[in-house]
Design a protein around this ligand. Sequence first.
Ligand code: ADP
Length: 804
Amino acid sequence: MDWELPVIALRSLVVLPRTLENVDVGRPQSKRALEEAQASDNRVLLVLQRESRNDTPTGKDLLEVGTLCVIKQVIRLPDDTLQVLVEGRERAQITGYIPGPALRARISTIAETGTDREGGDVQPLIDQTKSVFSDYAQQNKNLRLDSFHLENLKGLKEPGPLADVITKYATWEVADKQQVLEEPNVAARLELVLGFLSRDLDRFDTEKQISARVKQQMDSNQREYYLREQMKAIQRELGNDEVSEVEELRTKVEEKDLPEHAKERALKEIDRLEKMSSGSPEATVVRTYLDTLLDLPWSEADEEHLDIGHTEVILDEDHYALDEPKDRILESLAVRQLTKGLEDSDYKAPLLCLVGPPGVGKTSLGKSIARSLNREFVRMSLGGVRDEAEIRGHRRTYIGSLPGRIIQGMKTAGKVNPIFLLDEVDKMTADFRGDPSAALLEVLDPEQNHTFTDHYLEIPYDLSKVMFITTANSPGPIPQPLLDRMEVIRIPGYTLDEKVEIAKRYRVPRQLKDHGLEGKIEFDDGALRRIITEYTWEAGVRNMDRLIAKVARKAAKAYLTEAWEETRTLGAREVRELLGVPLFRDDKAEKQPQIGLTHGLAWTSIGGVSLDIEVVSVAGKGKVTLTGQLGDVMKESAQAGIAYLRNRTSTYNLPVDFHETRDLHIHVLEGATPKDGPSAGIAMATAVVSALTDRPVRGDVAMTGEITLRGRVLPIGGIKEKLLAAHQAGIEQVIIPKSNEANLEEVPEAILNDLKITAVSEFEEVLELMLLDRDPDPEADFVPPQGEHPPGERPSAQARAPKL
Ligand code: ADP
C-alpha cells in the first residue's frame, strides 16, 4: 500500500513492528512532523538516519527502510522535549520525499514473506532461537528483562514477531537491528537473529575467559604486594633494616649487565634473603653469595690489542735474552691473530706452558704478554692443590664455603678476558677428594669452558674468553691429558753473563729506584759477579735480586750517615764487606784428580747441578750399597754399570772376582736432595773402576750419559741445563753422549766457548779420557784396545794430565 507520511528521523534507534517504544522528540523538524501526524491519523514514519550527529537530516541522509508507527501518547517533558510512545506497525520502503516545511515521504509498506510456510520447518529454528535467547538473556548483564517480558516472548509462536521482539530487547548495534528490519522473509529474519545471538554468546565466553585470567593475575599480584608490605612492616617492627638492603641489591642486579640465567638466579636469592631474618647464618650465606655473583665480571671486557709487533717490543723491553721462549710465544700469538674470527677454523690454540726453574722469568713473561695485549693479568698457584673443590669450589652448605680458585681469580681480574697464569701445574696432586686435574682440564678445554660450573656458584660461567698460560718447574709430573693440550716452552736458566746483564739492565736500576738510591750508588760488574757466584746458587735470578736489594738497603743506611756527593761505585770488595762470608765457593768442583771421585751432572727442578759421586771399595762379599737418596732408575743404572764391568774385568784390569771379594759403596753427594734418572751412569761406572783399580780420575772433567750392559753410552735430556751447571761449577771439560751433539745448538755461545765438549759413544772412550796412572809403572796401566775409535777422537789424556 502506498502512503504519504510525516517522517521523524531517529539518531540511534530502530523501532520494530509489533513493539512499543518511547522516542524523545526535540528537533523542530521532528516536532513539526509529530504535529502533522497528530493532526491527521497519528501515523508517522520512523527512520534511522545515516549519521547520528546530523541535526537537520534531509531525505538523502536517511535510510530507505523505516517503520510505520502509530503514536500512542505524547508527554511534554520540563525541558520542552516530547516523549512519544509509539507502536511499530509495519515495515515501510521509502520511495520518495515531498517538499514542505516538515519531512514527508512517500512510502509503500513491505509485506512479510515466508509466512505461509509449508511443513512447519521453521519450528526447530523457533525453538532453538528461544533457547539461545534465554542463555543470552542470562549472560548479558546489560539486558534487564523481567519475567513478564520473558513469558511474553516464550508465548510467541510465529517466526516474524519472535525475531522482531528479540531484536527490540537485544543490546545490538543499530546497524544489526536495521538489518533485521530490512529482512522481509520471516525465516531468514529469524536465522539472522539466531546468528547475532550466537555471535554474542561466543563473545561473552571469550570475555569471561579473559576476565578470569586478568582477575587471577591481579589477585596474585595483589596478594604478593600485600604480603611484601606486611613483611616490610614486620621487619621494621623488629628493627631490621633489611628492606633497604634488599632493595639496594635489586637495583644492583638491574643495573649490572648480567646474562639472563645469572640475573634470574640473583633475583631468586634476593627474594630468599628478604624472607630471612637479617642476623641469621643463612642470610650471611646468601649475602656472600650475592656479593660474589655481583662482583664477578659477566660482560666487562678489555679491548684486546692483538699486534705481534707490539708484543715483541714489550717482551724485549721487559726481558733480556730468552730468545727462544719469546719466539715461541710470538708464534703462538701470531696464529691466534690469524685464526681469530675464522668461523670454520678447527684450530685449537694450544695452551702455553712455560717450564723452567724458579726465578727465570715465567711469571714475568706472562705479565708482559698481558701488558702487550692490553688485558688484565691474574695469577693463581696450583702448588699443593690436591682437592677438586679448590678448583671448582665448595657447595654452598656452610658459612665458610667459597667459590673455587678459578672463579676467585676471575673476580680479582674483574674482566671476562684476562690472561690467567696458572702457576706450578706440576705441583698439583690427586687424592681421595677428587682429581683436580680433571677439573682443570675442563677449565682449559675451549669446547667445555664456556659453561664452567663452580659448585659454589651453581650457575654456568663463561671462561672461553680467558687466555690461560701455565707454568711448571718440570714437565714430568704434569698429568698426561693436560700435557697433551700444552705447548711446552722451556726456559732452562741463565749463564753467569746473562745474569750479570739482567742485573745491570733491569734489577739494579729497579732496586736503586725502589730504595731511593738513584745516582747515589752503582754496581760494577765485579760486584754483580761476586753476588751471583758466591752468594747464590740458582738457575734463575730471584736470589740475586734479593741480594741486590739487601746491598741496596745497607747502602741506603750508609748514605744516611755519610751523605756522599758523587756516585759511589760498589765493587767486589764492597760486596764482600756488605754481605759477609760467602755462602758458596766460586770454585765448587774438586779439580784435583782423586781416586773414586767423579763429577756427574744432573737436571733437577731448580736447574742443572753438578753431582759429585764417591765410590769406595773394601774387602767383603760383593755387596753394593747405594746412598744419597737415589731413585730406582739411578740405582738400576749403577747396577747396569757394575754388570758391564764384571764382564770386562780383564779389559780394564779389574780384580776378576771383585763381585765376590769386594764391597762397593757408591755415594752421591748432596745427600739431602733426591736424585733420579739414568744420566749419571757413566760417572758412577767410572768412579767404580777408579776405586777398584786405585787409579785417580781427572777432577776437571764432568760427564753425563747413560750406560748400557754392553758399555754403550746413550743420550740423556737437559743438556743445556747440565752444561750451564758444569760451567758454574768451574768445570773445563764435559763428556756427553755422541747422540746429544745435536742439542749443543741450544747452548749459549759463551758457554760453548768456555767448555771443551767431548762426545762419546762407548764407555771405553770415557775411561781412556778420565783415568790417570796410579803410579809411574806403565805395566799396571790400563791400555785401551786399539783400533776401535776413530782416529783423532781420542785425546791422549795421560800425556796431558798431571801424574800422581
Ligand atoms: P718465575 O715465575 O720463573 O719463578 P719470575 O717471573 O718471578 O720467575 O722472575 C723473577 C724476577 O726475575 C722477576 O722480577 C723478573 O722480572 C726477573 N727476570 C727473570 N728473567 C728475566 C729476564 N730475562 N730479563 C729481565 N728480568 C728477568
